[in-house]
Design a protein around this ligand. Structure first.
Ligand code: DGT
Ligand code: CA
Ligand code: ZN
Length: 586
């Protein structure tokens, strides 16, 4: 592939993925026997990119890579190629000189470039499978620096790695890749319609893969568009109507199915799932003499019922159309049959202001003005600035004096960016006692007070519930932040009696946050539904620590929808004035 020299649009902007490729490049150079500056330059650049506060795509398209320390003209050219095309020719050429599975060895725990180099040059170990065999045959212990113990450790490491590889991916990692590919598929020759399917379309918290569905007279060129897409690591399989690939980024598998347009709606519906939702619909169809399957809807005599869109399918079954986020067999089928499904679930377009943002005043990467302009660019009217409070030392928590200087800066930015309003807020720590980290005399001066727990997660259920209830009793509190403290796949929620917390929030008129950070999604959709049922006020938040994080709002909205929240349930769908008033209603 020839490098695209005009840096037009960026296709691979994930900093972690780019940094990983640079580290792989460094390893391959070492395996080739090179050392010194050339090798180190890739590692230095990898660190630079991984820790870059700005948007990588913008830096590349604006030709500003060389302004970064440690990135010279040669590397800048290669990086530009990588970011704008998804490939780096120099890397591809070097990689072709080694077995395909060699780089994968680096992903094993405690395996670095030195070990990979020894295993490859001494034992011709070129893949995880080779290494497993070599360990089991007792050949690895013969190498200098390895012994029987290292063989056992490597085998354990392989088991850990294989388990992790089977793990589900965060929606926040998969969705941008899926949307990029969908855009490409839509532009492929002959495509009539195309959509996301599966758990990604349902906006599940985690997904095992990406499902794409498209319609076209001829499937071939559409399947090719996926197989040749930038960022594809391997084509796993390709047939007449289906193509599966694995992406460089996140090791993510993507399946595309292409059908004639008359089958699009039923196929899309089938591959959107969930399976549990389908089973219910199939049974309903059966009662009406209709057979619903992957292949469409058929009458008992075998004739096909035309189904131009999903709405038609639901109409045939005598029910309201169910939005994809609700298709989990959690009562949506009964509600849709009774005509009781909410038709005004909150949408991203409904949201007027973003809640929960940090700036360089605490642990954020962008200035207040940068955050304000980025929020405006997304069409928002206001942004709640909520830095950490004094107790959050590691997150750059603000002292009361800092806070006053920050308000002056907020006034300045508000004057400089017309049409955008930064609200003066705080994310105040809930201390162990349940007291808030600032005195009431400070809290009462703030426009928005969010309170969250950041330390002492491991109290027992009674203690933790008392702690949160005490915080909710503070008359200056407006919003309870990330209420359960979970991090998806890495930290369990605190032990907490959520029903009591939601009930107290309702009594006190405190809103509960739906945090949109993809690893948090806190509260989760099941609790959103409970909160809506109890009449608890809710906000959707971005928990932004840099300007790109403002997009997290979309994940908060998805979680809200999965919890059946309507526009009226979410306070930041209102204007700034009305939002502030609603936070103060008791
Ligand atoms: P995932 O990939 O685990 O995150 O979740 P899904 O829902 O995307 O599942 P996936 O990719 O295995 O299949 C996509 C959809 O295809 C699924 O939601 C429903 C449909 N489907 C797959 N296998 C079956 C099946 O055995 N029976 C029925 N009724 N539908 C299926
Ligand atoms: Ca799937
Ligand atoms: Zn927080």
């Amino acid at each position: 592939m020839t490098p695209d020299v005009t840096p037009s649009t960026a296709v691979l902007t994930d900093k972690a993925a780019v940094a990983q490729l640079l580290r792989d490049m460094s390893l391959l150079l070492q395996l080739q026997g090179q050392s010194g500056f050339r090798v180190r330059a890739y590692d230095i650049a990898a660190d630079r990119i991984a820790n870059l506060p700005q948007d990588l795509g913008a830096i590349v398209t604006e030709g500003r890579l060389q302004e970064l320390q440690g990135i010279g003209p040669g590397l800048a050219e290669k990086l530009t190629e990588l970011v704008t095309t998804g490939r780096m020719t120099a890397f591809e050429e070097l990689k072709a000189q080694f077995p395909a599975g060699l780089l994968e060895l680096m992903k094993l725990p405690d395996v670095g470039p030195k070990k990979v180099a020894a295993l490859w040059s001494e034992l011709q170990v070129g893949s995880v499978e080779d290494l497993e065999r070599a360990c089991k045959d007792g050949r690895v212990r013969e190498l200098k620096g390895f012994g029987p113990k290292s063989e056992a450790k490597l085998l354990d490491g392989i088991a850990v790695y294989r388990r992790a590889r089977g793990e589900r991916k965060l929606l926040g990692d998969a969705l941008p890749i899926a949307e990029g590919l969908l855009e490409r598929i839509r532009q492929a020759p002959g495509v009539v319609r195309a959509s996301l399917g599966g758990s990604v379309r349902r906006r599940a918290e985690t997904v095992s893969d990406v499902d794409l569905i498209a319609s076209a007279k001829e499937a071939g060129p559409v399947l090719d568009a996926l197989a040749n897409a930038p960022g594809v690591a391997t084509v796993i399989g390709k047939g007449d109507s289906k193509c599966s690939v694995r992406m460089v980024q996140g090791d993510l598998q993507v399946d595309l199915r292409v059908l004639p347009d008359e089958d699009f709606a039923t196929a899309l519906h089938h591959f959107t799932g969930s399976k549990a939702h389908h089973i219910r619909l199939r049974n309903l169809g059966h009662e009406k003499g209709l057979k619903i399957s992957e292949w469409g809807v058929h009458r008992e005599d075998g004739t096909k019922v035309p189904v131009p869109d999903e709405a038609t399918l639901y109409r045939l079954l005598g029910m309201q159309e169910v939005p994809p986020e609700l298709r989990e067999d959690n009562g949506e089928v009964e509600a849709a049959r009774a005509g009781k499904l909410p038709e005004d679930l909150v949408t991203l377009e409904d949201v007027q202001g973003a809640v929960h943002a940090h700036s360089t005043w605490s642990d954020g990467r962008n200035t207040l003005e940068e955050m304000a302009r980025a929020a405006q660019a997304l069409g928002l009217k206001y942004l709640t600035i909520t830095e950490h409070s004094e107790a959050a030392i590691h997150a750059g928590g603000l002292k009361v004096d800092d806070l006053k200087r920050q308000w002056e800066e907020i006034d300045r930015v508000n004057a400089a960016v017309p049409g955008m309003r930064l609200l003066k807020g705080i994310e105040v720590d809930i201390l162990e006692s349940g007291a808030l980290d600032y005195a009431d005399s400070v809290l009462e001066q703030l426009e928005v007070v969010i309170a969250s727990i950041h330390v002492r997660h491991s109290m027992d259920e009674d203690q933790m519930t008392r702690r949160v209830l005490a915080a909710l009793d503070n008359p200056h509190l407006h919003i309870l932040g990330h209420p359960t403290g979970r991090l998806i796949q890495s930290r369990e929620p605190y032990a907490l009696r959520m029903e009591e917390v939601l009930e107290r929030a309702r009594e006190r008129g405190v809103a509960v946050e739906i945090n949109g950070k993809p690893a948090r999604l806190d509260i989760k959709s099941e609790y959103v539904r409970q909160a809506v049922g109890r009449g608890v006020k809710l906000v959707v938040s971005c928990d932004a620590h840099r300007q790109e994080d403002l997009k997290n709002l979309a994940f908060a909205v998805a979680t809200a929808r999965r919890g059946w929240a309507r526009k009226q349930d979410i306070l930041n769908t209102r204007s700034a004035e009305s939002f502030l008033a609603a936070l103060r209603e008791r």
